[in-house]
Design a protein around this ligand. Structure first.
Ligand SMILES: C[S@@+](CC[C@H](N)C(=O)[O-])C[C@H]1O[C@@H](n2cnc3c(N)ncnc32)[C@H](O)[C@@H]1O
Length: 269
């Protein structure tokens, strides 16, 4: 477990993923009924963009930093994301973004395996009454905890892709999870280094009983050896999610240098 998200926090892939997260949570908040967010690979929750790790890769400089000062009429999800991400140099990770958007009735369960990352996560989420943290294996715990008592919600799976079998572990967890929580929204992140590998992954997920899913594909021009393409798989995307992501991409694309495509891979939007 060498992966530390601090090297990548606030990069282009984080920006797109976190905007998608905000868009989904805003959709869930349209109804008063409680929802639950399960974040299986939560990370430490807060990242110092002026720190050593961020400085070493410079990824945030080519990500969130490029959006500094962007204003004007913004799509709602983007405006909310900026209001959370620009509060300080400390960039919020997915569990902190989710925790800040919870209402009294909503819950967050954030799981992180790495003991040091977990210790920080625990501190970061301490002020949030609706949030609980677990130190353990995110896949096993997330599937075990489904369906949530609220029967509404989002499962975010954002593994580190350190091990060669991560795609198949992720596909299995998504299938098992969707079987237990068929109405749940699932958001999974993955790097795209080979289209064949990604096609194999989506094929494996769709072989389960999944009737609606879309993918968001983001490309950026990056130096040799750096990640230049990333994907999000969304199972049971909220109504209007594809349009929200496309609107957002139009606003930030030129600054961030990203090309975003959203494609339905099964069922209708
Ligand atoms: C990509 S980062 C998560 C970033 C976070 N979701 C965000 O958007 O801010 C992946 C995290 O998963 C953790 N991790 C690795 N294996 C894990 C496992 N089996 N279960 C839970 N967490 C794990 C790593 O320590 C790392 O913090």
């Amino acid at each position: 477990m060498n992966y530390r998200h601090g090297y990548h926090a606030g990069n282009f892939a984080d920006v797109i993923k976190h905007i998608a997260l905000v868009a989904i949570l805003q959709h869930l908040k349209k109804k008063d009924a409680a929802f639950t967010v399960l974040d299986s690979h939560a990370g430490r929750g807060r990242y110092d963009l002026t720190g050593e790790q961020a400085g070493k890769t410079g990824e945030a400089r080519n990500g969130i930093a490029r959006l500094n000062g962007l204003s004007g009429p913004l799509p709602e999800a983007l405006a909310t994301y900026f209001s959370l991400a620009r509060q300080s140099h400390a960039y919020p990770g997915s569990p902190l973004i989710a925790a800040q958007l919870l209402r009294n009735q909503d819950r967050l369960i954030a799981i992180e395996k790495h003991p040091e990352e977990f210790a920080v996560l625990k501190e970061v989420l301490m002020p949030f009454r609706g949030a609980t943290v677990e130190n353990g294996d995110g896949y096993a715990r997330a599937v075990k905890l489904l369906p949530p008592v609220s029967r509404r919600g989002l499962v975010l799976m954002d593994p580190p892709f350190e091990s060669p079998d991560e795609f198949s572990a992720l596909a299995k967890a998504l299938r098992d999870g969707a079987r237990k929580f068929a109405t749940g929204i699932f958001l999974a992140w993955y790097p795209i280094k080979s289209q064949a590998e990604v096609d194999g992954f989506t094929g494996e997920v769709l072989a389960g009983d999944i009737t609606r899913a879309l993918v968001v594909d983001t490309r950026i021009t990056a130096p040799e050896g750096k990640l230049s393409r990333a994907g999000l798989l969304v199972i049971n995307p909220p109504y209007g999610f594809a349009a929200t992501m496309q609107d957002m991409a139009k606003v930030i694309g030129a600054r961030l240098g990203t090309a975003v495509t959203v494609q339905c891979i099964t069922g209708s939007e």
